[in-house]
Design a protein around this ligand. Structure first.
Ligand code: AMP
Ligand code: ZN
Length: 136
């Protein structure tokens, strides 16, 4: 299914132009318009899934395969020093466009970006409690 008013549905399916890096029958990879670094790109499925919670398992596997191929190609062509894969799910996690997308972010020594979190602290009792909460 594609969603009428979804900008990424339109971009993925070629109704709105974008700077495409790759396309097949299920995905398009485009350059991000607000890049974190040179070459920041997005993998977009052509079907509309809001985020990871909706993404079918086989599509999730295909996205990760494509991410690996793109990461290797982009790292070589752009002479990058590293690579981040980032994927936000839900407003609380920073998702702003509600069509699944995986960020492909080439990294360069001293690129000035900070894709980091502030490490917290946790006791071993708390870790055990969290482990139980998730696994039981
Ligand atoms: P997120 O915050 O994970 O939802 O990421 C949304 C990303 O989409 C941001 O990095 C934006 O810069 C990017 N973006 C939004 N609109 C467009 C567009 N029309 N073409 C390319 N990238 C876009
Ligand atoms: Zn969509």
């Amino acid at each position: 299914m594609r969603k009428e008013d979804c900008i990424f549905c339109k971009i993925a399916n070629g109704e709105i132009p974008s700077k495409s890096l790759y396309e097949d029958n299920k995905f398009r990879v485009i350059l991000d318009l607000g890049p974190a670094t040179k070459g920041h790109a997005l993998i977009l499925p052509k079907e509309h899934y809001v985020n990871l919670y909706e993404l079918p398992e086989d599509t999730a596997a295909e996205v990760m395969k494509l991410a690996k191929t793109m990461a290797i190609k982009m790292t070589g062509k752009l002479n990058a020093d590293g690579f981040n894969l980032i994927q936000n799910n839900g407003e609380a996690a920073g998702q702003t466009v509600m069509h699944y997308h995986l960020h492909l972010i080439p990294r360069y020594k001293n690129d000035g970006q900070h894709i980091l979190w502030k490490p917290g602290t946790v006791s071993s009792e708390e870790l055990e409690e969290i482990q139980k909460q998730i696994t039981e």
